[in-house]
Ligand binder design. Structure first.
Ligand code: NAI
Length: 252
């Protein structure tokens, strides 16, 4: 494994599960000092245990990414403990329920927008000054193929992920000249706990979904994490403001 992130300080949100966990482990294996943020204490300690087995370290931060005071305190802590920030992967998210728009509970709509979109705004708002003081860096935000399509029943989720793409573009435009690259990833059907739980409840639907993917399988969290890590690395040094779709061909 390369030492591409040796000496770098990286923040990953949603590090207690799925895509965020795999990304945190990958950054740690490549030498980064990783701060893993999540709501789940149990998830974070499992990720830390996995990192120890791979001889890396992850600093756990119990944070609700939709709360401004908590995000501000997290960035302050990173500044105090590490003195810099080189890369952020703003990835925590939820799907919300499935309802036709006219039946969508307004409180649920607000909650999904808050966790998936407001969080990305807050994260970037507080990460950018520290990235600038560190001489530049990268941000990757997690959108979804739902940023490109209109999946029936998922108005809140699709709106939030379309919003993530918009925020990513604006932030990339505003900061490109300051040595800060900001991009997004758009995963397709990825076999994380979020999707596995839904599939267990509805196996016939899960089977149909997999068949509809040109690659005929769901993605592994590590395959999505690899794309996020690549966008955070110097290997993608001329990629600005893009949304990289990683979906087994689902949106071809
Ligand atoms: P997951 O459920 O395995 O992991 C999400 C993590 O985010 C969990 O550890 C959870 O505790 C944390 N989280 C949720 N709300 C939080 C909050 N308010 N503050 C801090 N942490 C919070 O899900 P997965 O699949 O790894 O999702 C990661 C991202 O990928 C999400 O943004 C999701 O929308 C996106 N995505 C996932 C797809 C999939 O098929 N799994 C497809 C497209 C996008």
């Amino acid at each position: 494994m390369s030492e591409e992130f040796k000496g770098k300080v990286v923040l990953v949100s949603g590090a207690g599960s799925g895509i965020g966990r795999e990304a945190a482990l990958l950054f740690a294996r490549q030498g980064a000092m990783v701060f893993g943020a999540d709501l789940s204490e149990k998830g974070l300690s499992e990720t830390q245990e996995l990192a120890r087995e791979a001889a890396g370290t992850i600093q756990a931060a119990l944070v609700d990414v939709s709360k401004e005071t908590e995000v501000a305190a997290l960035i302050k802590r990173i500044d105090q403990e590490a003195g810099r920030l080189d890369a952020a992967f703003n990835n925590a998210g939820i799907t919300g329920g499935t309802f036709r728009l006219e039946d969508y509970p307004t409180d649920d709509f607000d909650r999904v927008l808050s966790v998936n979109l407001r969080s990305v705004f807050l994260a970037m708002k507080y990460e950018l000054p520290l990235l600038k003081r560190s001489g530049g860096g990268t941000i990757v935000n997690t959108a979804s193929v739902a940023a490109l399509t209109g999946p029936g029943g998922m108005s809140a989720y699709a709106a939030s992920k379309h919003g993530v793409q918009g925020l990513t573009r604006v932030a990339a435009m505003e900061n490109a000249a300051q040595n800060i690259r900001i991009n997004a990833i758009a995963p397709g059907w990825t076999e994380t706990p979020m999707v596995i739980a839904n599939s267990a409840q509805n196996p016939a639907f899960a089977e149909l979904a997999r068949k509809a993917i040109p690659a005929k399988r769901g993605g592994q969290p590590s395959e999505i994490a690899a794309a996020a890590v690549w966008l955070s690395s110097p290997q993608s040094s001329y990629v600005f403001g893009q949304m990289l779709v990683v979906d087994g061909g689902m949106t071809i």
